[in-house]
Design a protein around this ligand. Structure first.
Ligand SMILES: Nc1nc2c(ncn2[C@@H]2O[C@H](COP(=O)(O)OP(=O)(O)O)[C@@H](O)[C@H]2O)c(=O)[nH]1
Ligand SMILES: [Mg+2]
Length: 426
């Protein structure tokens, strides 16, 4: 079955991802100037920056949510924002760029998860995606852990075809000559991009007052022209790419959701089994007590202080017929409890067999998912879930709540172990 039906479309949706501070917003400003024909004397600003705090284009006002314009170490984009532009030569060609929140930043894993969810939820609303542009700082040689993190989280949820065929890498703050980014490492750790581009979008990053210096201005103008030519190349390469239909995303989402449901059911069953086991132990204790009582009755030398009677008269002082009655009561209780235990055993067996079939389902679903997205790792996802649960358990002050959370973690660890041992899943 081919889930990845590919359509030609004039709406090109391009996801822009990258670590915080790599230059995503600046790249979008440069794009805006390409489409809206901005010049150094009349810059078009769609996302405010340190030197250009006002959005010049009405259409894009209030879109941005840049929080701390001067503080580049903080993630400045909280929500995904779309910036759509029509091609100058052929306005029926629409490019929709999606600026994503900078991930793995100062706000920790939980915020990253929210951000990734935000990105994926947004993608699922479209009907297609044309390309993913990874923006990385070309002056850094290594692949940052931020990029590695974002990518692995995203690639977990995106079809291989999209990553293998529609990935572009834009290295910012550099030219091809001055770039020290290791492409080899990028390919090794992330993926092989279809094309690599180099940009130094300095017009947005330097104080315009300094452009009064003629040489400085010349240099900025040169970089500006090169950036525009690079954008043209980027757009051409996007146009030449086939678009991945969103059907494959939603199918993947369904598979993932079903896996989650099965795991939830397993954990609920395991929790139930645990509770039944606790009850069984109590009943087994009562059974043992009755057993002792029955021995007492059968030897007839019972000591009422150690046995449980339904009468307060010591057993050896009871009349024959009362002894018989007591014996009968004990027998009845014994039978009831034995059948109760039997029922619990059956209930556990049923829950157990349900668990086994859920594991089988997970294996099957995982196989289907893996054939579309080889980077998907259920084990890693479970591990992350466990770490998140552990983190929140640590912050719990209520002892009961904490104990409940710890029991829950134990259960997830068991599921993790069981699935790690499954050949299909690794
Ligand atoms: N020299 C230079 N600086 C850049 C470039 N792109 C971004 N910057 C600077 O890098 C910082 C972060 O850029 P920004 O676009 O906000 O990054 P984002 O967090 O990925 O959106 C800002 O100070 C920018 O001025 C570039 O191409 N060249
Ligand atoms: Mg930004």
């Amino acid at each position: 079955m081919n889930f990845l039906s590919r359509n030609k479309t004039t709406d090109h949706r391009i996801l822009i991802v990258g670590g915080t501070g790599t230059g995503k917003s600046t790249f979008i400003n440069q794009l805006a100037n390409y489409f809206l024909e901005g010049t150094l004397d009349k810059l078009k600003i769609v996302i405010p920056t340190q030197y250009h705090r006002n959005v010049t284009e009405k259409k894009y006002k209030n879109k941005h949510s840049e929080q701390a314009i001067v503080d580049v170490t903080r993630s400045q984009t909280k929500k995904c924002q779309n910036y759509s532009f029509n091609e100058k030569q052929d306005p029926s060609n629409k490019f929709i760029f999606i600026d994503t929140p900078g991930l793995n930043d100062t706000e920790g894993a939980e915020q990253d998860d929210k951000n990734i969810k935000e990105v994926l939820d947004l993608i699922f609303q479209f009907d297609s995606l044309s390309a993913i542009i990874i923006i990385a700082n070309g002056t850094e040689s290594r692949v940052t852990s931020a990029l590695r993190n974002i990518f692995s989280r995203l690639a977990n949820s995106l079809p291989d075809d999209l990553i293998n065929e529609n990935l572009l890498l834009v290295l910012t703050k550099c030219t091809r000559g001055s770039c020290c980014f290791s492409l080899e490492k990028f390919e090794e750790i992330i993926a092989r991009p279809k094309h690599v581009f180099y940009m130094d979008n300095q017009a947005f990053c330097t104080d315009p007052q300094k452009w009064e210096d003629l040489e400085e201005r010349e240099m900025i103008q040169l970089k500006w022209d090169i950036s525009n030519r690079t954008i043209e190349k980027i757009l051409n390469s996007i146009k030449s790419m086939t678009t991945t239909s969103i059907n494959s995303f939603s199918y993947m989402k369904t598979l993932r959701d079903n896996i989650k449901k099965e795991i939830l059911k397993i954990t609920q069953n395991m929790d139930m089994i645990k509770k039944i086991n606790v009850k069984s132990v109590t009943i087994q204790n009562s059974l043992n007590a009755i057993e002792i009582r029955k021995t007492v009755f059968s030897t007839s030398i019972g000591d009422y202080t150690t046995s449980n009677y339904t009468t307060s008269i010591p057993f050896d002082q009871l009349k024959g017929k009362d002894k018989k009655a007591q014996n009968k009561i004990a027998d009845r209780q014994y039978k009831n409890l034995t059948s109760e235990i039997e029922n619990y055993k059956l209930a556990i067996e049923k829950l157990d067999s349900e668990i086994r079939s859920k594991y089988k389902n997970i294996n099957r679903l995982h196989g289907d998912l893996h054939s579309i997205c080889s980077r998907y790792s259920l084990i890693d996802e479970l591990q992350a879930t466990i770490e998140n649960l552990e983190q929140s358990a640590k912050n719990m002050t209520n002892i009961n709540e904490r104990q409940k959370a710890e029991e829950n973690i134990e259960i997830f660890k068991k599921v993790h172990e069981e699935l790690s041992n499954s050949n299909n899943i690794n």
